[in-house]
Design a protein around this ligand. Structure first.
Ligand code: SF4
Length: 169
C-alpha cells in the first residue's frame, strides 16, 4: 500500500484529484438525471394535444423516465413549450421557468414555440415569435403540429445532450 506524504501534496495535485472525482460524479448524476426527468404540466395550444398523446399508453413515456408530469415548477426539471405563445402569457412562462430548480431543460415543440408558426406575419402584435426570446431552449421540434414520435425523438436527443461529455474550463 502506498503511503501518501501529505507534506508533498501541492495545490495542483489537489485540483487534479478533485477534478477527476467530480467528473465521475457528474457522469453518474447526468446518467441518472437523463433517465428521470419530470416535465412541468402545462400546454399552450394545439401542439399540447400531441404532447398529451405522448403521455398515453400508446406511446408510453414512462419507458424513458419522463412520465411523471409535475403540477409545480419546483418539482419539474424539463419544460415542454407546446403551442402558440401570446405576449400576455410569455411573462408567466418565464416566471415558471425561473421557479424550476437547476439543472433545467426546455423543449420547444412546434413552429409556434420555435418562431411564431402561422401567426407570424408583418404587423402582428399578439404573439411572441419564439420561446427562445425569453428562455434558453435545448431541443427544437419543427412541425405544425409535430407528431408524438417527434417529441419522443426530442426526448432521446435531450438525454444525449445531458449525458454528453462536458468540457471543463
Ligand atoms: S405549430 Fe401549429 S399545431 Fe402547433 S400550436 Fe402552432 S398552429 Fe398549433
Amino acid at each position: 500500500m502506498e503511503i501518501i506524504d501529505t507534506q508533498k501534496i501541492t495545490p495542483d495535485d489537489i485540483q487534479v484529484s478533485e477534478g477527476i472525482g467530480l467528473f465521475k460524479l457528474d457522469v453518474l448524476l447526468d446518467k441518472a438525471r437523463s433517465n428521470s426527468l419530470w416535465p412541468l404540466t402545462f400546454g399552450l395550444t394545439c401542439c399540447a394535444i400531441e404532447m398529451m398523446a405522448v403521455g398515453s399508453a400508446r406511446y408510453d413515456l414512462d419507458r424513458f423516465g419522463y412520465g411523471v408530469f409535475r403540477p409545480s415548477p419546483r418539482q419539474a426539471d424539463v419544460m415542454i413549450v407546446s403551442g402558440t405563445i401570446s405576449r400576455k402569457m410569455a411573462p408567466r412562462i418565464k416566471t415558471l421557468y425561473d421557479q424550476m430548480p437547476a439543472p433545467k431543460y426546455v423543449i420547444a415543440m412546434g413552429g409556434c414555440a420555435i418562431a411564431g408558426g402561422p401567426f407570424k406575419y408583418p404587423g402582428q402584435y399578439a404573439i411572441l415569435e419564439g420561446i427562445d426570446k425569453i428562455i434558453p431552449v435545448d431541443v427544437y421540434i419543427p412541425g405544425c403540429p409535430p407528431r408524438p414520435e417527434a417529441l419522443i425523438s426530442a426526448i432521446l436527443k435531450l438525454q444525449e445532450k445531458i449525458t454528453a461529455p462536458k468540457i471543463k474550463v
